[in-house]
Design a protein around this ligand. Sequence first.
Ligand code: PMP
Length: 284
Amino acid sequence: MAIININGEWCDKEEAKISVYDHGLLYGDGLFEGIRIYGGKIFKLEAHLERLSEGARAIMLTLPSSLEEIGALLEEGVRRYGQDEGYIRLVVTRGTGSLGISPDSCEKATLVMIIDEIQLYPREFYEEGIKVVTAASRRLTGDIFDPRIKSLNYLNNVLAKLEAKQAGCLEAVMLNREGYVCECTGDNIFVVKKGVLLTPPSHLGMLEGITRNTMIELARTGEIPFEEKVMTRFDLYTADECFLTGSGAEVIPVVSVDGRTIGTGRPGELTQKMRELFRKRILL
Ligand code: PMP
């Protein structure tokens, strides 16, 4: 059963409601985090709280409680949820205000926590790999609105997701204005070329994924050659392997990009290895 808390109050799914004057709804003015529970424990809690806190600082949003208190609330939620595996959606909005855009009318930020199940992709795709396409919708760059802020404005990602669907795919690769590969609509992207693990640097315009950073950590400790590299679609088309990472998706192999088969058309060796290392890491 889902566990929900709104501004400190525990509520049932049917009764979990926020005001239509909430600026999260009216303006997408807010932040969120998607966090996993593995083995009854919150995975990378500190990293999620740090990202939330940095986002809040960047948009001048005062969190309604301290990071310690938010962490304790999540822990309490996980205890109530009582399952070994689950997904936490943490949402902080500017709060309830008037109809104008100014955040001045919002007295206090709204904090919502939902704990429930998540299954982003069907099981078989983890074995077989997925096909992706490049979206025409571009990722925003840092000079417009830095995608490192995990904000409630996901409309350009939603549009790219629709493009994926229209092309019969589950995910779409998003480029920045210059045409460099950034990430997917809800996942970061990695490729393998001649035994080297590559991912785009975050300054190109992307969310600095916590799963992405975990992969980088795993590559470093496992002495797997790794580089951050600026890439175009050519680098994807000619990669030996490709995979996506995210808290929801974990590590999912990609076997086709824009109709070009990647490597052998099967999930690659290093991809499998990174998946295994990740699975071991989450159960530590
Ligand atoms: N990019 C985007 C746009 C995302 O929304 C997400 C999270 N769903 C990711 C990447 C992956 O980030 P994380 O590993 O922290 O879940």
